[in-house]
Design a binder for this molecule. Structure first.
Ligand code: ZN
Length: 288
C-alpha cells in the first residue's frame, strides 16, 4: 500500500473492514481434532494462504478476472467499496447482521470427518452471489432443511473439486450443484433421491459417486486418529444441536437471534416464555 497516498482516515477504514472480514471468516481458531461445533468458516490455513483466499474472495465477489482490470485507486475509495462487498457476503453466511442466514459452518464447510473444505467456501460464496442477483433467497429458505441434509449426507464437493483439480476453479460447478439440489427439492423430489435425479439430468454430474459410510479412508490401528476423534465428536454432537425455531435448521454456535414468538406488534412480551432462538435472517423481514 506504500505506493498510495490514502488519507489516514481511509487507511483506518480499510484496516477495520479487512479485520471484520478476517474475523467473520477465520474466527474462532480451529482445534484439531474438532472438539466444539463453534468452528470457523475457513479453517487451518497458513497466513499466506489466508491472504490468498481473501484476495480470491475479493475477486470473485467483485467479478474481477484479471489484475489489470482495476484502475489506480488513488483515494482508497475503490478498495473500501470492494472490501465492503466482501463483508456483505461474509455477513450473509454467518454474523449477527439481520441479513445473516446463519449457515452452520460445520454443515456447510467441513466433511463429516471434520476436514475443512475450501471448495465449499468458494461454492457457497458463488451461490450467495447468484441468489443475491436473482433475488431467490426464498427458494433456498423454503427447502433449506432438506438442502442441508443433502449436502451434509451426500457430500459431493470433494469430487467436484477433484474434477476441476482446484477449489477455486470448481466454484461454479459447486454452485450449479447446489442450485440443482435446490431445484430438485423445490420440484418435490425426495431428499434421498436428489443425487440420483441430478446425475441422470446433467452430464456434468453423471459420474458423481454417493460416498459410502465405509469408505471414509479410516486407518485401521489401535489408536484413534484425529479424523476418527473428530468424526466421533461430530456424530454425537450434531444431531442434538439446537435448531432454528422458524426454519428448523441447525443454528450456528454464535450470532443467533432471539425472536418474539408472539410478535411485539401483536402484544408479545419480552419474556422467556415468548422467546425462541432463530437465525438472524429468519427473525427479520430483511430480504434483500
Ligand atoms: Zn432459520
Amino acid at each position: 500500500m506504500s505506493n498510495y497516498d490514502f488519507s489516514e482516515e481511509k487507511q483506518d477504514e480499510i484496516e477495520t473492514v479487512a479485520q471484520e472480514i478476517h474475523q467473520l471468516i477465520f474466527q474462532p481458531k480451529l482445534s484439531n481434532p474438532i472438539k466444539t461445533l463453534d468452528v470457523p468458516i475457513v479453517g487451518n490455513l497458513s497466513s499466506s494462504d489466508k491472504l490468498e483466499l481473501i484476495l480470491e474472495f475479493i475477486n470473485i465477489v467483485n467479478n474481477i478476472s484479471t489484475d489489470n482490470q482495476l484502475g489506480e485507486d488513488s483515494t482508497g475509495e475503490q478498495t473500501i467499496e470492494l472490501l465492503n462487498q466482501c463483508k456483505k457476503v461474509a455477513q450473509r453466511i454467518n454474523s449477527s447482521d439481520p441479513s445473516s442466514l446463519g449457515l452452520h459452518p460445520l454443515v456447510y464447510f467441513y466433511t463429516q470427518q471434520g476436514k475443512p473444505k475450501i471448495g465449499s467456501f468458494y461454492g457457497v460464496v458463488s451461490l450467495i452471489l447468484h441468489l443475491q442477483e436473482t433475488k431467490f433467497w426464498s427458494k433456498l429458505i423454503k427447502v433449506r432443511k432438506d438442502f442441508e441434509w443433502v449436502i451434509w449426507n451426500y457430500d459431493m464437493v470433494p469430487q467436484l473439486v477433484a474434477k476441476k483439480s482446484d477449489a477455486l476453479q470448481a466454484r461454479e460447478l459447486v454452485r450449479d450443484f447446489y442450485l440443482e439440489v435446490i431445484n430438485k427439492l423445490s420440484g418435490g423430489i425426495d431428499k434421498k433421491n436428489v443425487i440420483t435425479e441430478i446425475r441422470s439430468g446433467d452430464k456434468r454430474f453423471a459420474t458423481l459417486k454417493i460416498p459410502k459410510k465405509a469408505d471414509t479412508g479410516e486407518i485401521q490401528s489401535k489408536e484413534f486418529s484425529r479424523e476418527t476423534k473428530a468424526s466421533a465428536f461430530i456424530r454425537e454432537a450434531l444431531p442434538g444441536w439446537p435448531v432454528c425455531k422458524i426454519c428448523g435448521e441447525y443454528l450456528p454456535s454464535r450470532f443467533n437471534s432471539i425472536d418474539h414468538i408472539t410478535r411485539k406488534a401483536d402484544g408479545g412480551l419480552g419474556t422467556l416464555k415468548n422467546a425462541q432462538l432463530t437465525h438472524p435472517y429468519c427473525n427479520t423481514t430483511y430480504k434483500n
